[in-house]
Design a protein around this ligand. Sequence first.
Ligand SMILES: *Cc1c(COP(=O)(O)O)cnc(C)c1O
Length: 485
Amino acid sequence: MKETLGTTGLILNEPLLWEKGKKGRCGFSLPRRDVESFPLDKELAGEGPEFPDLSEVDVVRHYTRLSQWNFGVDTGMYPLGSCTMKYSPKTNERQASLTGFAGAHPMLPASLSQGTLKMMFELEQYLAEISGMDATTLQPAAGAHGELAGILLIYAFHKSRGAQRSKIIVPDTAHGTNPASVALCGYRPVPVKSNENGILPVEAIARVMDEETAGIMVTNPNTLGLFEENILEIAEIVHSKGGLVYCDGANMNAVMGIVQMGNIGIDVMHLNLHKTFSTPHGGGGPGSGPVCVNNELEPFLPVPRVVEKNGRYLLSEDYPESIGKVQAFHGNVGVMIKAYSYIRSMGPKGLKRASQLAVLNANYIKERLKGTLHLPYDRPCMHECVFSDEHQVADKVTTLDMAKRLMEYGFHPPTVYFPLVVHGAIMVEPTETESKEDIDQFIEAFEAIADEAKENPHRLHKAPKRCKVRRLDEVAAARKPCLAG
Ligand SMILES: *Cc1c(COP(=O)(O)O)cnc(C)c1O
């Protein structure tokens, strides 16, 4: 293994600005006053906040140092499975900050927001085309919010047919938000186990699907990174009993321009623009979880909807069966602009190629690491692959130990202990934006760690030692959070 990329150099400590300030220090110089001074009205001005006195260089160093504590996809590989932490081209940020977009107020009348409305109208159509569905709403602010909106659509559908149902089928590989969204909408989640191949067995669905069940929520590709190969038969069973098929499309990065969800029996799905379509995420910033539906569910989509009339765009509330509004104003427009710019600059061929490379990269890692790490489902994967710590158990080394040690090799750890169906899961999603050289280095790091597990397990138990923050007491962090900084 070549020189490690980890944190071996200068990482500077940094106190709070309040601890750093010194009375009388100043970050600017103004010309000498040439008018008489006038005391501020104390009543009006109040006491004012206690800001520290700082010089310009104090402030610049403070924020620059803090920024260096951060690890992001601009720093290095971030193979967090199920999250698609791919590199987002900077040009898409630039389009989102164009004054015409960034300066637009959400309460401007339609006549003064034609550009934004047109962008939204076209983006809805692009997303429908990419997913193989008929119509889109851009309102939901995240994946989980999209799920909520999607299940509300299913609820509205059954209500319109005069017979509400009580349950929704959710596989055991699902993201935790799936059963939560089902329960939030008043349905009971019915768990179904995946089979020894990591996918849903048709018989299990046939057994639980009945006329009390509103539908099924499948993630495809699922959170084991495997394509649900029985989806056509599963959809047929669910439809034959009057149910609907929801697809959690957070893993769309594997199948853009390859799988037309409308053709494999999906009625409604959400996409995560902040995973697949060029909004960097992970820091809690704004996201967007558009929901795409087929014609049957279109009348229930949230209002207002962007419509086009004689070349002009406007917002229409004229959808009497709509579930109503699920987000303030237009939704997270900045995220939409980035997705729009990404889709336009990639084009259909580029999007398809991105998915193909994402799948190739994951399969490459799977094949090269499968002797080093235990691979519970040894079959072609989609955009991510799931290992476990089973080979390291004998040396008393766990997934967490290896993930912590990986940081010292300069990589963000993969997703660990999810999905729950794999004990000690290590879920790697390299994405299409990593080069073969970087992926090789990641593989070599894991190989080196597996050697260490045999030869020097204690080193792994204490990792990370060279990072700014050592091993955290995660229980204490959750039970006694320190919120003061
Ligand atoms: C990320 C993710 C979600 C939730 O998306 P948020 O935008 O974080 O709410 C749901 N399902 C799957 C499979 C995901 O990976």
